[in-house]
Design a protein around this ligand. Structure first.
Ligand code: S3P
Length: 451
């Protein structure tokens, strides 16, 4: 029952380019966009959202909120309104909920449905149907929800939410903001206090937004350094306007392209540098990247800044494993930067990359090898032997339905000696629909392959 991507696979080639220049804004943050729609659906009244990412993943969440009873509209000026139904007010959807390629949408909405006495079927594309859902099925089952999933806890699955949800205290075995958020979402319609304990802190957009909507969240660091996040159930959520900042995971592509492409100077405006999201930028600066953080401010409860980036000669480093959660989606493009650096870059503590939209360690390593780069991989690490700016390129890269693999290798093609082709650029629309247009505006050169 898996759905197919909304556009057919389309290969694309990035060609050696020079002197990327200009100022751009990248699309709204994907994590914050999903949450704005979901919390808007649970607040009573109108939540107005500006800067929402209009990528396929987030549009699937918008459609899901409609199917669960919220009214979701887009205005002519590009802002969105969600008229919510209140905590506990969701209705049973008549049709399966289709999340396309989006693990975040699927897992967060599983938490939402688990706290309501309704039944829903969750479907997605071939990539999403391969991803593990046990990590949310287990805690949500403890809270009283019932799941019928495919072998190995995979989608498609049918979920019946708890009639009388029970609060739990859950120590998450994986460092995952999706797991944390699913449990807190289920905890909203649960009497009492629901607690998630994180050994490694992950992105905190759910906690920030819940507070902004009036929920009571308490944070406590234990003797072992783990963070306990406790939510008091059954709050009345009050709508508040949300300005979605630019996505640091999307900004990563123009930033790395500007560092690697000779003669470049690019400003990326208005991205969130929430400390749980900024690990790539710290790493690139440690590698010698010329990145100036300008105009730091707070917008919509998130720290925001502009980045000025100039071409740089990078050096390989050891990326500490404790930084992984703050840059988990950025390793593929970091591996591209590492290929151009002098010396080896070792990335460890990254086993979670094996269960993203693709196995990102395998996909990145084979793409690098196809372009003349030596890589060593283990179950949870990857070491890239840098070529000090002399990357041959010329490879054909399999993207495995993964938008970030596609964009990473297109960035490589802009700075390599020969063009780099990816087999499918269609998936880029899940997170960064304007990628090719924005990058072309900076001077990047792309060519479609004749079919
Ligand atoms: C996300 C959390 C991360 C990240 C994903 C978005 C979120 O996943 O990779 O792109 O919005 O909560 P995990 O929770 O699996 O680490």
């Amino acid at each position: 029952m898996a759905t197919s991507p909304s556009s057919p696979a389309a290969s694309l080639t990035a060609e050696p380019s020079h002197g990327l220049a200009g100022r751009i804004s990248v699309p709204g943050d994907k994590s914050i966009s999903h949450r704005a729609l979901i919390f808007g659906a649970l607040a009573v009244g109108e939540t107005r959202i500006s800067g929402l990412l209009e990528g396929e993943d987030v549009l699937a969440t918008a459609e899901t909120m409609r199917r669960l009873g919220a009214r979701v509209t887009r205005h002519e000026d590009g802002t969105w309104s969600v008229f919510g139904v209140g905590v506990g007010g969701l209705s049973e959807p008549a049709e399966p909920l289709d999340f396309g390629n989006s693990g975040t949408g699927a897992r967060l909405v599983m938490g939402l449905v688990a706290g309501h006495p309704i039944t829903a079927t969750f479907i997605g594309d071939a990539s999403l149907s391969r991803r593990p859902m046990g990590r949310v099925i287990n805690p949500l089952t403890e809270m009283g929800a019932h799941f019928h999933a495919r072998e190995g806890g995979r989608m498609p699955l049918t979920l019946t939410g708890a009639r009388q949800p029970m609060p739990i205290t859950y120590r998450s075995p994986v460092a995952s903001a999706q797991v944390k958020s699913a449990i807190l979402l289920a905890g909203l319609n649960t009497p009492g206090i629901t607690t998630v304990i994180e050994a490694t802190p992950t992105r905190d957009h759910t906690e920030r937004m819940l507070k902004a909507f009036g929920a009571h969240i308490a944070l406590e660091t234990g003797k072992d350094g783990a963070l306990a996040i406790s939510l008091t159930g059954e709050p009345e959520l009050t709508p508040c306007p949300i300005a979605v900042p630019g996505d640091p995971s999307s900004a990563a592509f123009p930033v790395v392209a500007a560092l690697l492409t000779p003669g470049s100077e690019v400003v990326v405006e208005g991205i969130t540098l929430n400390p749980h999201r900024a690990g790539l930028y710290t790493t690139l600066m440690e590698m010698g990247g010329d990145i100036e953080v300008m105009n730091q401010r707070e917008e919509g409860g998130e720290p925001v800044a502009d980045l000025r980036v100039r071409s740089s000669s990078l050096k390989g480093i050891d990326v500490p494993p404790e930084r992984a959660a703050s840059m988990i989606d950025e390793y593929p493009v970091l591996a591209i930067a590492a290929a151009f650096a002098e010396g080896a870059t070792r990335m460890s503590g990254i086993h979670e990359l094996r269960v993203k939209e693709s196995d990102r360690i395998a996909a990145t390593a084979s793409g690098l090898r196809a372009n003349g780069i030596k890589v060593h991989e283990t179950e949870d690490s990857m070491t890239v032997e840098g070529r000090a700016g002399e990357v041959s390129g010329g490879g054909h890269v399999a993207t495995h339905m993964d938008h970030r693999i596609a964009m990473s290798f297109l960035v490589m093609g802009l700075a390599a000696q020969k063009p780099v082709t990816v087999d499918d650029a269609a998936m880029i629309a899940t997170s960064f629909p304007d990628f090719v247009r924005l990058m072309s505006g900076l001077g990047a050169s792309f060519a479609k392959q004749a079919q």
